[in-house]
Design a protein around this ligand. Structure first.
Ligand code: AMP
Ligand code: ZN
Length: 473
């Protein structure tokens, strides 16, 4: 079987990859902080991870993916305090929206979505181990910190000396009474707002709450074991988050925390990172309202390599919408009854085999989405030409169907009928509302124009008893 390679941030190289037990990839992916619905930037990373799990499965491995939900942090507590709620009351609805959006984008579910607040005992145990080993200390402010000076390999992931990453805002926000400014909080002493919002727990160091980095180490090791095969996230997490996860985990266990680290590049808008702070975020909700299907967004995201920055624009999304339509039309043709009845040619079978080989080669070489898509489009072009010849060979049509299903099973960019119907329906409803308004202001020319526009798309309308009904011709 062909080699499988991934770019490992730890070594800064594309390396051969296989799960350590030969069968199941144990994969941890940092999930959303659930104080606001995730934006398309977050979903670019989650789509990269969806591609990862589907490609791993295509390669023949089982995948055990864990994605945490950060349901306790500064922003959540602030929101809860402002609204007079508990943190759970803030996070629960956001978690529901996350899963609804995830399903809309056809991101396969992870095997587990642990919430930080459900793993407090495991986190306390981990901090106890670090204190026992002398790499963590309680400071005057009663918080417990990790002493990076006592962990010699600190910085191996981000290569601190050469990195250009500025230390994240999340570190700067912390209160300091520490040995070293870079020491990070494992356990934060409770403040009144933490108590008021249900974000404080008992611990050997007094009431408090976990630091952000701690949750991932504790949950990853509890659910996947002390050494993971693969840890993924967006590029901004390399420092300090993942550096700190490595420090906490490896200082406690003495073994490698994750064998391989993969990071996805940012989604940008007008050249700037999409982020709440910048105020340039777009949501899945907006995508839906503007009738961009999951297929179009998946095509848009996968058409750029996950390690390259990607700029969101209406033009690019529109181009993806067109590309997806082309794939959808081809899928309808290939899977329709007449394709089988008319049959294919020997060349159709060859094109199918070559398409699968080319797509797998691309995907197994560090998830090369754009090359896999190019292989798919090449196949669509060749297969359409062969189908035109009506060669009578049913087996080649079956082979082409299987090839298409195999490649699309990973990229998942065929627009499904159901969502196409939903898009048509909402378009019709919109036009009918415009027509109602036009009639209300006695603008019958406009009302007739809308009727004709609908008719042009095969929608016939009927006014009866003050109501308008429609049906497809
Ligand atoms: P957060 O909810 O901020 O912890 O982020 C969840 C995930 O989204 C992390 O893996 C981040 O690295 C990732 N992320 C945040 N902003 C972007 C962006 N603009 N483009 C791609 N990934 C992002
Ligand atoms: Zn994490």
């Amino acid at each position: 079987m062909s080699d499988f390679r991934l770019y490992n941030t730890l070594s800064r190289q594309v390396e051969s990859f296989a799960p350590s037990d030969g069968t199941t990839v144990r994969m941890y992916t940092c999930g959303p902080t659930v104080y606001n619905p995730a934006h398309l930037g977050n979903f670019r990373t989650f789509l990269f991870e969806d591609l990862m799990r589907r490609v791993l499965a295509l390669r023949g491995w089982k995948v055990h993916q864990v994605m945490n939900l950060t349901d306790v942090d500064d922003k959540i507590i602030k929101r809860a305090q402002e609204q007079g709620k508990t943190i759970t009351q803030v996070t629960e609805p956001v978690i529901q929206i996350f899963h609804r959006d995830r399903e809309y984008l056809r991101i396969q579910p992870a095997e587990a979505y642990p919430k930080a607040t459900d793993f407090i005992p495991q986190m306390i145990t981990l901090v106890e181990r670090l204190v026992e080993r002398g790499v963590a200390y309680q400071a005057e402010d009663r918080s417990v910190y990790f002493a990076i000076a006592r962990f010699p390999t600190y910085g191996k992931l981000s290569r601190l000396d050469t990195r250009e990453i500025k230390s994240g805002a999340r570190v700067i926000q912390d209160d300091y009474s520490k040995e070293n400014a870079q020491d990070f909080a494992l356990w934060k002493a409770a403040k009144p707002e933490d108590e008021a919002t249900g974000a404080a727990w008992d611990s050997p160091w007094g009431r408090g709450r976990p630091g952000w980095h701690l949750e991932c180490s504790a949950m990853a090791m509890d659910l996947l074991g002390e050494t993971l095969d693969l840890h993924c996230g967006g590029i901004d997490l390399i420092f300090p988050h993942h550096e700190d996860e490595i420090a906490q985990s490896e200082a406690a266990t003495g073994v490698t925390f994750s064998r391989v680290w993969c990071h996805g590049a940012f989604l940008l808008t007008d050249g700037a990172k999409m982020a709440k702070r910048v105020g340039n975020v777009a949501s899945v909700q907006v995508l839906r309202e503007e009738k961009f299907s999951a297929a179009a967004l998946r095509h848009f995201v996968f058409n750029t390599h996950y390690r390259k920055e990607l700029n969101l624009s209406d033009k690019a999304l529109e181009a993806s919408r067109q590309a997806v339509r082309r794939i959808g039309d081809f899928a309808d043709r290939l899977n329709g009854e007449s394709a089988l009845a008319l049959g294919g040619t020997a060349e159709l079978g060859t094109a199918a085999d070559e398409a699968v080989a080319a797509a797998e080669k691309a995907l197994f070489d560090d998830l090369n989405g754009p090359e896999a898509l190019a292989a798919l489009f090449d196949f669509v072009r060749r297969a359409n030409a062969e189908l035109d010849r009506m060669g009578g060979d049913r087996a080649s049509v079956e082979r082409a169907r299987a090839a298409f299903a195999r490649i699309n099973g990973v990229l998942d960019i065929v627009p499904d009928r159901e969502s196409a119907d939903a898009v048509l329906e909402s378009w019709i409803e919109e036009l009918l509302a415009l027509r109602r308004d036009a009639r209300a202001r006695r603008d019958f020319a406009e009302s007739d124009r809308i009727r004709d526009e609908l008719k042009g798309r095969g929608v016939v309308i009927e006014d009866a008893g003050g109501e308008t009904r429609w049906k497809l011709e």
